[in-house]
Design a protein around this ligand. Structure first.
Ligand SMILES: C[S@@+](CC[C@H](N)C(=O)[O-])C[C@H]1O[C@@H](n2cnc3c(N)ncnc32)[C@H](O)[C@@H]1O
Length: 275
């Protein structure tokens, strides 16, 4: 402890755990203490502060804006295009054909990417919508994340070319523009994809100012940070938001078992609302 640049006591760590849990529902266990120190030390240095408790007082004074900095520093935004490809195949082959029948009178489809990180997930969803929904339909993706920095990356639609590893050659040329000159090595998503994604900052633990009726929710690799009661509450809210038969996709290491019984497992972390 004495070799550390900033003094970091058990009490400081408890304060971090409480802030992160109360604000974002994230359950930081004791094994994360070093990670928390290393990640937050950078922020403390950046702010020119000298003690961990000085920083935590500052966090409490600042409220939401600094809570978000703190949580961003601790959580990971790892994501990629067409992550868990089978989810996108199931969406294209089963869910969208069902919705084209079910919503034929409104001609409207809404998919919510909840915890969208830097945008690779909502762009993958938008590509599937463009490829499967006939013109004349109002099909959109609502993409939200707690971290406003990642939401801004999604809004720009600019990615390093090596982020496209999981994307077929056909899709690369159809849906991405290659940068030239100073933009070499980067791609930008086509405007027709950007037009059908609404990005926004949203904390899943707070109110959801989403007016649209939602048909499908992708909330993948987000609840790994939440304890079971928080997961239960969130999945019940998703069930309230979805119509009967609406689909929920979660991450490969996540499960609704003993967490929420309002969905039926269709296979490979794809669920359907049953009550
Ligand atoms: C690992 S990324 C998952 C990205 C994408 N869904 C995927 O599966 O590739 C997890 C995201 O969840 C977001 N997140 C964590 N807690 C959240 C909360 N309370 N409200 C909204 N987003 C949250 C993080 O900011 C992060 O971008």
């Amino acid at each position: 402890m004495s070799e550390r640049e900033f003094n970091f006591t058990d009490n400081d760590f408890k304060r971090v755990q409480k802030i992160v849990y109360d604000f974002a529902g994230i359950d930081l266990n004791d094994s994360k203490k070093n990670l928390v120190y290393n990640r937050l030390a950078k922020r403390i240095r950046f702010l020119g502060q000298t003690h961990f408790n000085e920083y935590l007082d500052y966090v409490e004074e600042q409220g939401e804006s600094e809570f978000i900095h703190l949580i961003n520093a601790i959580t990971t935004n790892l994501t990629f295009f067409f992550r868990e490809t089978h989810h996108f195949e199931f969406l294209a082959d089963t869910v969208i054909p069902e919705l084209l029948q079910k919503n034929a009178s409104t001609k409207k489809i809404r998919i919510w990417s909840a915890g969208c990180s830097t945008g690779e997930e909502p762009y993958s969803l938008a590509i599937v919508l463009k490829e499967t929904v006939p013109t004349g339909w109002d099909a959109k993706v609502i993409a939200t994340d707690l971290d406003s920095n990642v939401v801004n990356t999604g809004l720009t639609g600019i990615y390093k070319i090596d982020r496209l590893k999981g994307v077929s050659e056909e899709r690369k040329s159809r849906w991405f523009m290659k940068g030239e000159g100073s933009k070499a090595g980067f791609v930008k998503t086509k405007p027709e994809l950007q037009k059908i994604i609404e990005f926004g900052q949203l904390n899943l633990m707070a109110d959801w100012p989403i007016q649209d009726a939602i048909d499908v929710i992708f909330c993948r690799n987000v609840v790994i940070y939440f304890d079971k009661p928080t997961q239960s509450k969130l999945f019940n809210r998703y069930a309230d938001k979805l119509p009967m038969g609406g689909h929920l996709f979660i991450g490969h290491s996540e499960s609704l078992y003993k967490v929420c019984d309002r969905f039926e497992l269709l296979g490979k972390t794809v669920y359907k609302k049953i009550k």
